[in-house]
Design a protein around this ligand. Structure first.
Ligand code: ADP
Ligand code: ZN
Length: 610
């Protein structure tokens, strides 16, 4: 059976190996056992049910929450030569009839549909007469109230087991918490399901965190590093989205906004423009994401702090689904904390308590200065088996811990006490650097013993440290004006019983700090050829009316520009090229490769050991 699965992946998808847990996930379904698969975004969940669907005799049903997701997946399967279709409200009656006919004549391997349709009486009856190989539930966490994306229509799936007692069920999600996993098993009445939980590490993502100061400039600098590449900028509020999108557009960048306040058509158009590479960057609230399967997102920027690490993992996880390197940059401020908190004001007290705790944990993540990867994995109950991840700002040395952290922290904390615990971070920072600000003079705070204790630094650095001390629990902010006070733990710092970690931007030159992952993916790739092939792909995508990544992912394009195949036979060696795609596009692509290589005397048909 394993051989059969392996051949199928190679033939249709052009991949030679299984990703972690894929083999096990596929085997269980083939053996008709219920299974829950938890893999991070980009971990390759879809193949876990798509491959068994091809090798099984009957029809597999895939439940998916959004039409756009179904459409992308069905397009991608069709491109690979796998007989797949969807039934949803956007189909014309003719399209619908055609699909039903394919099902009746048993030509279809996968059928995508929404949960509400699957349990619709008439449709259920129709499906019950068929031989179903299994039912796959994508984004299965939507069934759980404990998840971050509960969808009431998913609750209807509770009847599935009764309606289709003979069909094994596979549930797939990227949401890690144990509570959600158990809830999924229970809601779906799974029968002793195999539980496969992968590592949540995304080795190809580089994580960076910085305090926010001039946010437009900070965001602009990252986008400049990724010219012509796709990326997402997340903002907290609609207003922030509008402002950011306008500012970036004014810089001449190709961006589009996305939030729930835009008219449906505008939203849809902007999402499509992003999917088809007509715009490079989408600026969005968290309303944007679920329907996005785009594999070549090279950066995800948070222009404001997310409200929990679950959200951060989910949103940043949209980068680098193709397994190639991508950058996740988070900009935070105490203001963001306040914004979220005020948005949580109307929640019921119990829920609010949980939400505020999660928010606090998020804020600590930003300020505590430990390896970001370790912190994220730790949050999900997993650990990193290295001491240095080599791909986050802390491990790369983008920030340095300052040497005299204890003394500096003591200066800050005593200043807060001297100010009678009645002022906020910005004001306290000004007092510490010895500012001649009018208010300080009027209040007579230039006479305090702590006035000017940190005059060698600028107010931004000092304010940053105040944030870091708050995040680490040594200071606390209260009330409408975020007035600072020293916590019990903070008093231990004053007694020199604990030493906080204080960070500042490094002075080391950039080239010494290159992330290891950032260069691997380009090894042996002719970048000029890659660009030429990208143009060819864009033309094909436009002609066929599908997103570019449905034709070939960036990983496949890079492999082409690495191996530079000049014949169809050689073309099949490219990772991500199966037989259908070779037939469909092999001639065009190899012609491009030949033309490029001959003109520039670049070697072709390289044998590359993967
Ligand atoms: P998920 O649904 O878990 O986010 P996907 O199923 O979309 O992940 O897969 C992410 C990417 O990885 C896709 O581009 C997919 O084609 C690719 N992929 C999946 N399995 C493999 C494999 N065994 N080898 C190489 N690439 C794979
Ligand atoms: Zn690290």
């Amino acid at each position: 059976m394993i051989e059969r699965l392996r051949e199928t992946i190679e033939k249709y998808w052009g991949y030679k190996e299984f990703r972690p847990l894929q083999k096990e996930a596929m085997e269980h379904l083939c053996n008709r056992r219920d299974v829950i698969v938890v893999l991070p975004t980009g971990g390759g969940k879809s193949l876990c049910f798509q491959v068994p669907a091809v090798t099984s005799s009957g029809l597999a049903i895939v439940v998916s929450p959004l039409i756009s997701l179904m459409k992308d997946q069905v397009d991608a399967l069709t491109e690979c030569g796998v007989p797949a279709a969807r039934i949803d409200s956007s189909l014309t009656p003719e399209e619908r009839e055609k699909t039903l006919e394919l099902i009746r004549s048993r030509q279809l391997k996968l059928l995508y549909m929404s949960p509400e349709r699957l349990v619709m009486d008439s449709f259920t009856k129709f499906l019950q007469k068929l031989d179903l190989s299994f039912i796959a539930i994508d984004e299965a966490h939507c069934i759980s109230m404990w998840g971050h994306d509960f969808r009431p229509e998913y609750r209807q799936l509770r009847t599935l087991r009764k309606l289709f007692p003979n069909a094994p069920i596979g549930a797939y999600t990227a949401t890690a918490t144990e509570q959600v996993r158990h809830d999924i098993a229970e809601q779906l009445s799974l029968n002793d399901p195999a539980m496969l939980v992968g590592s949540f590490d995304r080795p190809n993502l580089i994580y960076k965190v910085q305090a926010k100061n001039r946010i437009i400039k900070q965001v602009g600098e990252i986008i400049d590093r990724h010219r012509d590449e796709s990326g997402i900028v997340y903002c907290i509020r609609r207003r922030d989205v509008e402002e950011m999108a306008a500012a970036l557009t004014a810089k001449g960048l190709r961006v589009a906004p996305y939030h729930a306040g835009l008219p449906d058509e505008t939203r849809k158009k902007n999402q499509d423009d992003f999917a088809t590479d007509k715009v490079d960057t989408i600026v969005a609230t968290i309303a944007f994401g679920m329907g996005i399967d785009k594999s070549n997102v090279r950066y995800v920027i948070h222009a404001g702090m997310p409200k929990s690490l679950e959200h951060y993992q989910q949103e940043s996880g949209r980068a680098g689904r193709d397994g190639l390197e991508a950058e996740c940059c988070l900009f935070y401020s105490a203001g963001d904390y306040g914004t979220w908190k005020s948005l949580m004001r109307d929640m019921d007290p119990k829920a609010m308590e949980v939400a505020v705790a999660k928010l606090g944990r998020m804020y600590s993540y930003c300020t505590e200065g430990v390896c970001r990867r370790k912190a994220i994995l730790g949050y999900f109950g997993q650990s990193l088996d290295k001491s240095d991840c080599g791909a986050c700002d802390i491990c790369l040395g983008d920030v340095d811990s300052i040497d005299d952290a204890l003394v500096t922290a003591q200066k800050i904390l005593s200043c807060v006490l001297r100010l009678g615990e009645r002022f906020g971070g910005a004001y306290t920072a000004l007092v510490l650097i010895g500012s001649r600000d009018q208010r300080i003079l009027e209040n007579g705070h230039d006479n305090l013993t702590t006035y000017g204790l940190l005059r060698d630094y600028d107010s931004r650095s000092v304010h940053d440290w105040i944030e870091q001390l708050t995040g680490q629990g040594f200071l606390e902010k209260t009330g409408e004006f975020n007035v600072l006070s020293v916590t019990t733990e903070g008093r231990r710092v004053l007694k020199a019983e604990v030493t906080p970690r204080l960070l500042c931007p490094t002075k080391k030159p950039e080239r010494e700090r290159k992330a290891k992952v950032a260069t691997n993916g380009w090894q042996g790739v002719d970048k000029g050829l890659f660009d030429a092939l990208r143009k060819a792909r864009a033309t094909l995508a436009r002609e066929r009316g599908v997103p570019a990544f449905v034709i070939f992912g960036d990983a496949a394009l890079r492999d082409m520009a690495r191996k530079r195949p000049s014949t169809l036979d050689r073309f099949l060696d490219v990772k991500g090229v199966g037989q259908t795609k070779a037939k469909q596009y092999g001639r065009i692509m190899t012609e491009r490769i030949r033309a490029y290589c001959v003109e520039r005397s670049v070697e072709m048909d390289l044998t590359v050991v993967d």
